[in-house]
Write a protein that binds this ligand. Structure first.
Ligand SMILES: *Cc1c(COP(=O)(O)O)cnc(C)c1O
Length: 409
């Protein structure tokens, strides 16, 4: 039976991996550039210079978080665009080459990689283990003389697994030294870090990447904003041609308000990162433990970090805000609708795959059957998530799961 409880007035939003609200401080930083400071950054008079200066200030702010140089930061219109630029821009026009990526990437990586395949390039898709990880040995085996790019996401948007980026980066750097002597092209290393900002270390020197994608819409910044970090000296070609803005990597009149908002959002998320990770981990593990205990036939998808919490020099292997659970015999979408009627917003599998109504490629890659994958719900916590909200969800979820299960039997 459906739980008879008072529905909360305020939305309990547990879908932060799909998108976050705009932080009021970010909004405030953007406002002048949505109003009186409307100048085109390329114009030479004072109004234009104000925009130009705001962009360059934002570039420095972003560079500082990444420990990069300001000139290595390219502002784009979001994660999808950064990923397309990184992947399509890494491949020479006149030669057939080879690229490597993982089977659980976001569609904005998988689709451009598929496009390369259609253009006659060779592609290797790395499988993941049952916990959702790729490992360095797979990369070592996959690299060929004609390989030009490895693209592995930093943290997965559906199940939150964190890939060993620093380890891969370190090996690729030493491998590239050897390739110079053999006159082979160097292998560029790209990581999609859209889900990592505010949760994981973004120092590009420690990560050893040449290209790194970030977006604003997952870090309490504006939508359609993002960055591609392009390491100095990287041979990258544009995919959008025009007036030569962003050092010709990304032509088009700059979205000044968006750039200012993105930089502010990234700085704020970095400032609160360590504290927030600790706080969310506790909520996450409490939620997982309670659900597994109280709902029969429930199981966690992805790596279970609960037992590893007390280890010293602990390495984060699952995003602190990610909970992805399967419920045997449940129709995930029906449960989502019922949760919505209690003013709780969650997602099935991933928002990106549900647009096309496809079964999550990530859950299938983890070895789940189609039925198990479609019985899954993703809860992703955020900076306004409270214990009280979590407790309310824990109170209504068992009854909702039971109701939906009964419908199907
Ligand atoms: C959201 C997301 C993207 C796409 O970013 P947009 O800004 O929506 O284009 C890419 N990769 C990952 C991992 C994401 O979570």
């Amino acid at each position: 039976m459906l739980p008879k409880v008072k529905v909360p007035k305020n939305l309990i939003y547990l879908d932060h991996a799909a998108g976050t609200f705009l932080d009021p401080e970010v909004k405030k930083a953007m406002e002048p550039f949505l109003g009186e400071n409307f100048g085109n950054a390329s114009s030479l008079y004072t109004l234009g210079k104000k925009s130009q200066e705001a962009i360059e200030q934002s570039r420095k702010q972003v560079a500082e978080v990444l420990s990069a140089r300001a000139e290595e930061i390219v502002f784009t219109a979001g994660g999808t665009e950064s990923n397309n630029l990184a992947i399509l821009g890494s491949v020479p026009a006149n030669k057939k080459v080879h690229v490597i990526t993982s089977a659980i990437e976001h569609p904005s990586v998988l689709e451009p990689v598929l496009e390369l395949k259609n253009r006659g390039h060779k592609v290797s898709l790395l499988k993941i283990d049952k916990n959702g990880f790729v490992n360095l040995d797979q990369i070592k085996k996959a690299v060929r003389p004609e390989t030009v790019l490895v693209s592995v996401m930093y943290a997965n948007n559906e199940v939150g697994t964190v890939q060993p980026i620093a380890e891969i980066g370190k090996w690729l750097r030493s491998e590239n030294q050897k390739r110079i002597l053999k006159k082979l092209p160097s292998v560029l290393f790209h990581t999609d870090a859209c889900q990592a900002a505010g949760a994981l270390d973004l120092n590009i020197n420690r990560l050893g990447v040449d290209l790194l994608t970030l977006n604003g819409s997952k870090i309490y910044g504006p939508k359609q904003t993002g960055v591609l970090f392009v390491k100095k000296g990287t041979n990258l070609k544009p995919v959008i041609f025009g007036g030569g803005q962003e050092r010709s990597f990304r032509s088009g009149t700059e979205n000044v308000a968006g750039i200012v908002g993105f930089a502010k959002a990234l700085s704020l998320s970095e400032q609160s990162r360590e504290k927030e990770v600790k706080r969310l981990k506790v909520l996450r593990d409490y939620f997982i433990t309670q659900v597994l205990k109280n709902i029969k036939g429930s199981s966690l998808n992805g790596f279970d970090e609960r037992t590893k919490l007390k280890v010293a020099n602990f390495i984060i292997k699952r995003l602190s805000n990610n909970i992805n659970l399967s419920f045997k015999g449940l129709e995930g979408e029906a449960a989502l609708i019922y949760l919505d009627s209690y003013n709780i917003a969650v997602s099935t599998g991933s928002a990106c795959s549900s647009v096309r109504g496809e079964t999550s490629h990530v859950l299938l890659a983890l070895g789940l059957t189609k039925e198990q994958a479609e019985s899954s719900l993703r809860f992703t916590l955020g900076k306004n998530t409270t214990l009280k909200e979590i407790d309310f969800v824990l109170k209504v979820l068992p009854g909702i799961v039971q109701t939906v299960r009964n419908m199907n039997s």
